[in-house]
Design a protein around this ligand. Structure first.
Ligand code: ADP
Ligand code: TRP
Length: 356
């Protein structure tokens, strides 16, 4: 089984005309369909983020004009403590690079470095009914998770996200399922703008991370998440000892066979998936390998294959973190390139509306 590409939905043909030509409005700065995604620097990443979000991007980078953004302004909506935001931002950038993102093919940038995105979101704010934002299911969930987050920024979250995407006229946006309402709102904003002021923006599609969902090691009913406690997740910076301990203490299912039955044996299936994604062995081969052996041997093997997968990424990361100047220069270049495009789009939007 190849690593990941088949598990991602291909873009729907609506975006490509009969001759396979991209038909959505596109920035004149682009010569390929534009793909953009972002991640909030709210804390260090775990292997769910790595397998579900970071690794698939490596597959896209030659095929699309790819923009990877760290959504640091969005992080402010729910972060009570912002001391670590800079460190976490650099962490994501370095992890992108350490896990195979090629800075020559991809534009890496930081949301707060592009004021035109914020300005564009203000313009979008004028065409979005407040009620649409209040009904946003992601908003409702976030408010439930962060009762203290009563800020306007959280309500307006999808408006800024629409500006993130549309500033680059991105047509493809890889996100987890939880983000689909935000994509729908982005399309709604693009439609409203186009109808009122003339065709300007594409209606972007999500590129769903279809079946990659790493589950909590302690409760396989939940996904692995930053917001759950340490033993439930494996951080990408965890040491081999920590990884061995966490896998060893991960919950398993009744019986002792290593079989891939996500419904009946979700905990074992999750560990098998981790081993498959880390080591490249097929799920069938993993079943065969552990036929007649207990969970103990299996868990050791899961831990070792994950360690083998993470160690080179961690080593790359370590090297990169010693060269802060290189990272700073890379971001300076990425921010500059992104800003030029966002500025052109903002001016176009302003002109279409009729502002001076
Ligand atoms: P978290 O729930 O840990 O806060 P985010 O919501 O910030 O994660 O997600 C960042 C990216 O990582 C998204 O694209 C999301 O789909 C992906 N992702 C998060 N958790 C998982 C997981 N457990 N399995 C697969 N992908 C995940
Ligand atoms: N809201 C996204 C998340 O929590 C992060 C994000 C911000 C994003 N802006 C974006 C994702 C633009 C895709 C495109 O995961």
């Amino acid at each position: 089984m190849g690593l990941l590409p088949s598990s991602l939905l291909e873009p729907k043909s609506a975006y490509f005309g009969k001759n396979g030509v991209w038909e959505q409005p596109q920035s004149p700065h682009m010569n390929k369909p534009v793909l953009l995604t972002g991640m909030r620097p709210t804390s260090h990443l775990h292997i769910g983020n790595l397998f579900g979000a970071l690794k698939p991007l490596v597959e896209y980078q030659g095929k699309y004009q790819t923009f990877l953004m760290v959504a640091d302004i969005h992080a402010l909506t729910t972060m009570e403590e912002t001391k670590k935001i800079k460190e976490n931002t650099l962490d994501i950038i370095m992890l992108y690079l350490a896990s195979g993102v090629d800075s020559k093919k991809v534009t890496l940038f930081v949301q707060s470095a592009i004021p035109e995105q914020v300005a564009l979101s203000t313009l979008f704010g004028m065409i979005v009914p407040k009620s649409m934002l209040e009904l946003n299911p992601v908003y409702k969930e976030m408010i439930a998770d962060h009762p203290k987050a009563t800020n306007l920024g959280l309500l307006a979250y999808p408006v800024l996200q629409a500006a993130d995407i549309l500033a680059y006229k991105a047509g493809l946006v890889p996100v987890g399922k939880d983000q689909l309402p935000h994509l729908e709102l982005t399309r709604e904003i693009a439609r409203r703008f186009n109808t009122r002021f003339g065709k300007t923006f594409p209606e972007p599609e999500s590129k769903l991370q279809k079946d990659i969902k790493i589950l909590s090691l302690q409760d396989p009913k939940k996904k692995m998440s930053k917001s759950h406690g340490a033993p439930t997740q494996i951080g990408v910076h965890d040491t081999p000892e920590q990884i061995r301990k966490k896998i060893k203490t991960a919950v398993t299912d009744s019986g002792s066979e290593v079989l891939y039955y996500p419904e009946k044996k979700p905990a074992v299936a999750n560990l098998m998936m981790i081993m498959h994604l880390a080591g490249g062995k097929s799920l069938k081969d993993i079943e065969k390998e552990f036929q007649g052996k207990g969970y103990g041997d299996f868990k050791n093997a899961v831990a070792e294959s994950l360690i083998e997968y993470l160690v080179p990424i961690q080593e790359n990361y370590k090297k990169l973190s010693k060269d802060k100047k290189y990272i700073e220069k890379l971001l300076e270049d990425g921010n500059k390139k992104a800003r030029k495009i966002a500025e052109a789009t903002y001016i176009e939007a302003k002109n279409k509306i009729g502002l001076l």
